[in-house]
Design a binder for this molecule. Structure first.
Ligand code: HEC
Length: 160
């Protein structure tokens, strides 16, 4: 019986490892909300500071350019989310679930600015997306980088 149990746990462990390998880098349903339920209502209502922009759709070219600098620089976002924002950065490829693909316009449509800000600030619990504020960037920088991430969806800022 002991041997049987040992074999069972070995098989389970192997299934987990191979499953992880097979799916490393793949996103978990990007349309499903990430902010924990208890914080979601408040997160959806969070607004950027007025001097930056009112909505990410209306962010100026200057703000988006500043966001790009943070994304590729001190924010380190590029390592996981990739230079093209497709979630295929070198460090992202080994994560399960994989990083968000920001070129997916359906994802952007599903999320309020405040929800994305909440995740950038606090992280997505239980994933490689860790809290970025205040260790890596400031609140203002998080709003700027958010505007840049939105711009990977080509349609986002055209709808002015
Ligand atoms: C170590 C890798 C890593 C780094 C660095 C990283 N991310 Fe992520 N990010 C992830 C992963 C993995 C997910 C997917 C989490 C999930 O599925 O819940 C994610 C998801 C996200 C999401 C989607 C949240 C949602 O609502 O679905 C946003 C926005 C985001 N990251 C922004 C950023 C920004 C901005 C930076 C840089 C300041 C950054 N990330 C840096 C790994 C990373």
């Amino acid at each position: 019986m002991k041997k049987f149990l040992a074999i069972c746990s070995l098989i389970t462990a192997f299934a987990f490892i191979s499953g992880d390998l097979a799916f490393a880098g793949a996103e978990k349903d990007p349309l499903k909300a990430r902010v924990p339920r208890a914080d979601r209502g408040k997160a959806k209502k969070m607004k950027p500071p007025k001097e930056l922009y009112k909505k990410s759709k209306k962010a100026s070219d200057e703000i988006v350019a500043a966001g790009k600098k943070i994304f590729e620089g001190k924010g380190t976002c590029v390592n996981c989310h990739g230079k093209l924002g497709d979630g295929l950065g070198p460090a992202g490829k080994v994560l399960t679930p994989g990083p968000r693909n920001f070129t997916n316009c359906k994802f952007h449509k599903k999320r309020k600015d405040g929800e994305l800000f909440w995740i950038i600030k606090n992280g997505s619990p239980g994933t490689g997306m860790v809290a970025m504020v205040p260790a890596t960037i400031t609140d203002d920088e998080a709003w700027k980088v958010l505007a840049y991430e939105r711009s990977f969806c080509k349609k986002w800022r055209k709808k002015k």
